[in-house]
Design a protein around this ligand. Sequence first.
Ligand SMILES: *Cc1c(COP(=O)(O)O)cnc(C)c1O
Length: 487
Amino acid sequence: MTGSRAGTGRLDSSFPTAWQVVATEIEALARDSRRRPVVPVLSDDELRKQTEHLLDSSPIPLPNLTLETARLLREGSVHVTSPRYFGLFNPSTLEAGIVGDALVAAFNPQLAVRSHAPAAATMERVALEYFESHLGFGQEEIHSTFTTGGAEANLSAVLTALLHRYPNYGDHGMRGLERRPAVYLSGESHHSFTKIARMLGLGTQALKQIQTTSEFTIDPEHLRTRIQADLREGWDPLLVVGTAGTTGAGVIDPLEEIGEIASSLDIWFHVDAAWGGTALLSPKLRGGLRGIHRADSVTWDAHKWLSVPMGAGMFFCRHPEAVQRAFAVKTSYMPPSTDQVISDGYHTTAQWSRRAIGVKVFLSLAHLGVEGYRHLVERQAQMGDVLRELLERKGWAVVNSTPLPLVCFTHPDLQTGGSTTRELLAEIYRRGIVWISDVSVGGREPALRACITSFRTSHEDLQILVEELEAARASLAGRQRATAAER
Ligand SMILES: *Cc1c(COP(=O)(O)O)cnc(C)c1O
């Protein structure tokens, strides 16, 4: 159908309905993605031309349009759901999550107010309480909500911390504060905090970078001395971020020590566990996040390791009254609350009209079960261990240390300057069999980065990854020899 007008004529009865097309495509995606190129095969020009073509003339029957749209997505995406995608924290999506998202699109439950969508709100509540029970927070009242993602959850944390510390901030903003609030994090923390500092008027100078150890985790000693120095200079230490599973290297900051320092100095402790939070579901891995129970607030994304479609983040906070101060508003047009104000989303989040984000999470939890999720997490962690072993056996050097399935690595050949990490990556993408990325951890030389983001990734996929790395390396070395011979 490529290039031609996507069948605007009458359909005969043997032609599938749009829903049959969707079902076939989704099943094929789960079944065949391993055999498809992991990178886009259509150029940007082709994509533009073929996309515009769909708007050119008469309306297109939905089944044909569905086929065309699926083809464009298939031929114009990095396939993050492929078991051979080892990229950023984008998961393969669980079938139950896809079903949940489709139903939500159809019913369109409005979660700004609970009374409009009590069923969806209840599913969200039950799912949130399940995840909350893994944080070890104790018996107090906890605020928890689904967010669009980790960036919104982190924003909610900083704003809530501001209103917890300065109840007047809501009326007077920064101008009402005597001292400038400071936020502590490391160079490995997520860059959403840069935007947050701009959005909230803190300014990026308020972000105080703490040195990291040789393991790329926050150095608690430096945190302590930096806070003392800032106090002397008139800053008001407001919040410290501990990351559980950094985006670059997947390492976990020393949450226990950071929590200890934060509580002794009355500083808000936020744990950004956007990716790593899911390790809490495994008794084997949970210990790595020791100290998370000390957090004042936690970010935990569902659209990362919980493997539901984007976007679904979660925000947990043990100061519900400060959350209210941050987000509650009075209007004459919103339906009145049926119970406490706290359960209406528009009073407790930055969002207003709100998709039922948590339904797909609830369905995934109900379908996989607690044991199913535990198995998913432990299997991916185990695949991470297998990858480390396979790489080292072939002479690659792993440069990060984490129990989570994210491996940063390099090769002596890349260190001695023959070819660069970027060249190697370009060769990997050109081959199109696997997808990995590169990262500079702790400001060092770039390393390759492979994360096990798919619950479908198998031992064989990892062998293919290492074979691809070896093949790319050989091809670069061959090219170099050829260039040297020409000289
Ligand atoms: C991905 C990530 C975020 C941002 O989350 P989004 O869901 O992409 O908004 C924040 N923190 C960490 C550690 C992350 O890995």
